[in-house]
Design a protein around this ligand. Sequence first.
Ligand SMILES: Cc1cc2nc3c(=O)[nH]c(=O)nc-3n(C[C@H](O)[C@H](O)[C@H](O)COP(=O)(O)OP(=O)(O)OC[C@H]3O[C@@H](n4cnc5c(N)ncnc54)[C@H](O)[C@@H]3O)c2cc1C
Length: 234
Amino acid sequence: MPVEIDARIKEVIQRTYNVKSFRLEISDWLDFKAGQFLQAMLQGDPKLKRYLSISSSPTEKCYIEFTKKLTQSDFSKALDNLKAGDKVNIKYPFGKFILDESAPKVAFLSGGIGITPVRSICKYAVDKNTGVDIALVYSNRSIRDVVFKDDFSAMCKSYPFLRVAHVLCEAEQGFKCTVGQINSGVVKNEIPDYQERKFYLCGPPQMVEAMRKILAEELGLNSEKIVTENFQGY
Ligand SMILES: Cc1cc2nc3c(=O)[nH]c(=O)nc-3n(C[C@H](O)[C@H](O)[C@H](O)COP(=O)(O)OP(=O)(O)OC[C@H]3O[C@@H](n4cnc5c(N)ncnc54)[C@H](O)[C@@H]3O)c2cc1C
């Protein structure tokens, strides 16, 4: 059952030019599964309410973190002004975008801010050393938009079963990536054993639908092997 609590901000982390993470101190720890989301309400105002994936892992016990792309909305502006000690009302956990621990091999296709639950799941797998084989294809407009870049590099170093392939619309000198967008060719190239994997897709609804079509219609994957999370609102 989801629980509602008033939490205090412990730390705010600037991730990219328009993405910030907010770490909340949780006095009464409520367990959640990596990949789940919460509802955050600011200033006690029901108009300032959004669903946000939890970007921390349940193994990171000192806090719960969410990570928001800051837009021009009233919610984003109010969030952007928050600092350590400020209050946020949260309700959690929600959602079924969670790792199927019976699947030995999984793949994530993610775009932009859609990386937040993926970061949670990967961190969980790394910290627990689950042995699950993870292939992530992460697409962004440019290198400036890549969230958790160093975090993923560190995870790849400490967990040999995690591979991350970047896809950027704009090439970046010295940065290994495919230039363009995720398509069936990119999936085949970056994940040659794609038929053996369960796929998790996360991002704006249009992107998720495009990815689902590529997997189901072009690559012939069964719908039971595809799990999606739509970030409604983008
Ligand atoms: C399960 C889930 C997890 C998400 N996780 C993240 C995350 O980790 N990081 C992140 O940045 N964003 C996440 N989002 C998207 C987030 O909830 C906001 O919709 C988005 O950030 C845009 O809000 P805004 O205030 O910036 O812009 P706004 O301009 O206020 O929002 C854009 C429009 O979308 C509408 N809208 C907002 N939420 C919804 C909704 N749930 N369903 C339908 N319409 C809606 C608003 O009313 C508005 O018209 C998630 C969404 C969902 C459903």
